[in-house]
Write a protein that binds this ligand. Structure first.
Ligand SMILES: [Zn+2]
Length: 267
């Protein structure tokens, strides 16, 4: 029963994926603060006006959806996508997006081919199948530690929001091949105690996971976790990243983000 509201979706990205179908990610306007939970559904249609068909299940407090089945790049058939959101306060829908967003079909297929080659290279070479947790920069506010009025995060060790002030604090994890460059390791920050030496290391990541500063990358081999620092697009089409170069700052083992993925940490 579509209430008429301003579009609360800030951006919808649709990325190609060489071994799956499409990868969807979206972000909401920063001033959108409906209470928890936020439930999304991704839909497709052959016309911009519907009828619409669900292609995802209910996605609770997550801002990412990756199709599990391969999808042949449509030739004749035109596809449109939109995302629905339901919160305790209302229902909202995103604008309608075509599969390639701002890319031409040719660019989209070229981007996918570059990614495919990159994955093959990473599988053969130094790539480590890693996990990425996106840091929430929007989302329902944490009611356990946040100051609702000021919007400040009070407790940097809050086990509910992991110090981000948003619920969930991080979402994921999403698998991604990352080439770490241990040979280039250089000493990063030194903790005040001087006990731990933490390192900054360059990494190389496929663009279908669009990384941003303060996302968390997990090297599962050593269970070392990194905060993403600087992100640079090595290959891009119209500002759409295809291959990203990132600086990864090792996180001290005592940091609360090591509890990410460890199951429920807060009651
Ligand atoms: Zn909190």
């Amino acid at each position: 029963m579509g209430r008429c509201v301003k579009n609360v979706f800030d951006r919808v990205d649709i990325a190609p994926s060489y071994d799956m179908g499409f990868v969807f990610s979206w972000r909401m306007n920063d001033d959108f603060v409906d209470s928890d939970p936020w439930t999304f559904v991704v839909q497709e249609s052959e016309t911009p006006k519907g009828p619409w068909k669900d292609i995802s299940g209910k996605l609770v407090n997550t801002f990412f959806f990756s199709e599990k089945e391969p999808r042949v790049a449509p030739k004749d058939q035109t596809l449109y996508f939109r995302i629905l959101l339901k919160t305790p306060a209302g229902k909202y829908e995103s604008h309608v997006e075509s599969p390639y967003c701002s890319l031409s079909r040719r660019e989209f297929l070229l981007a996918r081919e570059i990614m495919r080659k990159e994955i093959l290279m990473q599988e053969k070479m130094a790539g480590v199948l890693s996990l990425v947790w996106y840091k929430s920069i929007f989302g329902p506010p944490c009611t356990k530690c946040g100051d609702f009025v000021l919007g400040d995060t009070v407790d940097s060790c809050c086990p509910h929001c992991f110090g981000t002030g948003k619920i969930p604090g991080y979402y994921g994890p999403f698998p991604a091949y990352v080439s770490y460059s241990p040979m280039d390791r250089r000493k990063g920050m030194q903790r005040p105690s001087g006990v731990d030496e933490l390192y900054a290391t360059p990494g190389r990541v496929i663009g279908s996971l669009r990384l941003k500063k303060d996302d968390v990358v997990v090297d599962p081999v050593s269970n070392t976790r990194f905060f993403v620092d600087a992100v640079q697009n090595l290959v891009e089409f119209r500002r759409y990243p295809v291959i990203q170069s990132v600086t990864l700052n090792e996180i001290a083992k005592t940091h609360i983000v090591y509890k990410l993925g460890a199951g429920e940490v807060c009651k």
